[in-house]
Design a protein around this ligand. Structure first.
Ligand SMILES: Nc1ncnc2c1ncn2[C@@H]1O[C@H](COP(=O)(O)OP(=O)(O)OP(=O)(O)O)[C@@H](O)[C@H]1O
Ligand SMILES: [Mg+2]
Length: 316
């Protein structure tokens, strides 16, 4: 089956400094890919590259990006604008980036809908209010009459999700969509996102630091470190049998209410743009060998079932 999103050997830079390196991922209709990795590893950059919003300083240096067979690197700006919102939805890491601060929320919904078709006014209002209520925003009329600054952070985050979902996109890129929500609302939002997937076959690429969301929601996991995907596979394979020492350390760092102590990962990733030899994780890796700090070829080491890592030695 052809993936709805195909990312191949993608390199991205900001102001000439390479951030993403050789990222290859594929996402199929109806599947949810969780992207994890520590702060600054390039997760948001990856999503922004896909949706064509790297900004003035960002550049795709190399690689391929295809959505449903459409070349997202060479696509005309006006065609990309048409895709965005309707077929490609995005929930930004900061809800403010999804919304205009000086326009009422109702107006922003209407603009988003009318940019992509003629909708009956009454039907549109019902559709928006239903979507808000599914996201536990029951005071819909007041919300539509509010400016973003009049709502709480968690409310704005849900409004941003509703805005991205209202046109039932085929691919939803969501950058930490539940980070500002308390656990009960978070559970509702996660269920709503999964309903969207179930009803419309929406594929999702979701960045989250929340391992609870990962274990409940996603089908595949991509682990990012220093601008590279260092491990990829089905959720259970990655969670139960992590093969990259960074993934293993990340899983060991998950807070537990009872049981084992949390273990941090001492040290820092390499600074983007500064050269390093071998594996970018070698300096922090407790199982690193001499070869890891030398000229190590970073090629996927395949464990079967689509599970691979960039570590040639593995953890088992
Ligand atoms: N617009 C930009 N201009 C210049 N550098 C940028 C820009 N956006 C991100 N970067 C840099 O790219 C690197 C990766 O940032 P990115 O935001 O993709 O990380 P992230 O994995 O999403 O982190 P977090 O978990 O903290 O959100 C960082 O070093 C960051 O400073
Ligand atoms: Mg980010």
């Amino acid at each position: 089956m052809t993936p709805i999103l195909s990312i191949q050997q993608l390199d991205v830079s900001y102001c000439g400094t390479r951030i993403l390196n050789d990222v290859t991922l594929a996402l199929h209709t109806g599947k949810i890919l969780g992207v994890v990795g520590e702060s600054g590893s390039g997760k948001s950059t990856l999503l922004q590259a896909v949706i064509g919003l790297l900004g003035d300083h960002g550049r795709i240096d190399h690689g391929k990006l295809e959505f449903d067979g459409i070349d997202l690197i060479r696509i005309k700006k006006k065609d990309m604008r048409r895709l965005r919102g309707k077929r490609l939805g995005m929930v930004f890491q900061h809800p403010g980036a999804s919304m205009n601060p000086i326009r009422k929320i109702g107006v922003q919904f209407l603009e988003a809908l009318h940019a992509h078709g003629d909708f009956d006014k009454k039907e549109v209002r019902t559709r928006i209010l239903n979507m808000l209520s599914e996201l536990r925003l029951t005071d819909g009329e007041r919300i539509l009459n509010s400016y973003p600054f009049e709502l709480s952070g968690g409310m704005n985050q849900r409004v941003a999700i509703a805005l991205a979902m209202v046109l039932h996109p085929e691919l939803l890129l969501a950058d930490e969509p539940t980070s500002a929500l308390d656990v009960t609302v978070q559970a509702q939002v996660v269920r709503q996102l999964m309903d969207l997937r179930d009803h419309f076959g929406t594929a999702m690429m979701m960045v989250t630091h929340n391992m609870g969301v990962i274990s409940y929601m996603v089908d595949q996991i991509a682990v990012m470190y220093a601008g590279r995907v260092v491990e990829y596979g089905n959720k259970l394979d990655v969670m139960k049998h992590p093969q990259h020492p960074y993934t293993k350390a990340l899983i060991a760092a998950i807070p537990q209410l009872h049981g084992r102590k949390m273990v941090g990962i001492p040290g820092q990733p390499p600074v983007f743009g500064e050269p390093y030899a071998g594996c970018p994780f070698a300096a922090r890796c407790t199982s690193a060998r001499a070869a890891c700090r030398q000229e190590l070829k970073l090629v996927p080491n395949d464990y079967g079932n689509g599970h691979w890592t960039l570590c040639p030695y593995g953890c088992d």
